[in-house]
Design a protein around this ligand. Structure first.
Ligand code: 6GU
Length: 245
């Protein structure tokens, strides 16, 4: 996969891809990530990327010309038929695991990081394939949002994770994770549940499943509304509800 990030602050994005798992994915050749400085696509002395809004009002708007030229240049340099152009903006469709999975199937993503009060509307209508937001809060720009998107997408690429880990996990499965413990068995008086040290794998699996269902019910009941539970999970859930009443 190839990912281009178009931004006026490439410095913000230099850190996130230089460490840990995403770095490894880059080193392994699973993904190629390029930071593209929008100012490289200006032609004036001041490298102006923004301007005041027609009709008045506060704030600055990203100009269309540098964005069009940057994206067209990136498209001209790729072998891909149709690179997928995404604008990161609070007005976009909300990122979730399904969307991350859909994007992980694309061969080439071009991510435009929005800034200031917004971007010229002609960029949205004529250049962008999809607008994406990472949640209902306001950031100063799309850079951090694009780093979140890249992280969520790259970890789903084939060969990134051991098969089991990526599939059997919160939000692919409809349930939240059960609690985890490691050594020591007692820390500051807090004990590891004995079942986890029993060596009885069937018992451990049952305990974990119960904890997952309980956690989901307590913290994210909305996930239970939309997911199809296995019959064993329905029984666990009914027991939890019975004990409550
Ligand atoms: Cl993509 N951009 C900005 N500026 N704020 C956001 C966002 C994006 N997603 C959530 N908040």
């Amino acid at each position: 996969m190839k990912i281009d990030l178009v931004t006026i602050f490439p410095g913000i994005l230099e850190g996130p891809f230089k460490e840990s798992m995403i770095k490894r994915a880059i080193d392994q050749g699973l993904v190629e990530i390029s930071l593209v400085d929008l100012r490289d696509y200006t032609h004036d002395r001041h490298h102006q990327v923004d301007d005041t809004p027609y009709g008045g009002g506060k704030g600055m708007i990203l100009k269309p010309e540098p964005l069009f030229e940057a994206v067209e240049d990136l498209k001209a340099k790729t072998n891909e038929e149709h690179p997928w152009v995404i604008l990161l903006t609070p007005q976009g469709e909300r990122l979730n695991q399904q969307l991350a999975h859909d994007l992980s199937c694309k061969k080439h993503l071009i991510l435009i990081c929005g800034r200031y009060e917004g971007v010229d509307e002609r960029v949205r209508t004529a250049l962008v394939d999809q607008e994406i937001s990472i949640g209902d809060y306001v950031l100063t720009g799309g850079e951090l949002a694009s780093a979140v998107l890249v992280d969520a997408v790259v970890r789903l690429l084939p060969g990134f994770l051991a098969e089991e880990a990526s599939v059997n996990e919160s939000f692919t499965e409809p349930l939240l994770e059960h609690p985890h413990y490691t050594r020591p068995p007692v820390y500051r008086g807090m004990e590891v549940p004995p079942v986890l040290m029993s060596g009885n794998h069937a018992e451990i699996a049952r305990w974990r499943r119960e904890q997952s269902v309980r956690r989901t019910y307590e913290r994210r009941p909305d996930l239970l509304d939309t997911s199809i539970l296995m019959p064993e999970d329905e029984i666990i859930l009914n027991n939890i509800k019975k004990k409550e009443s």
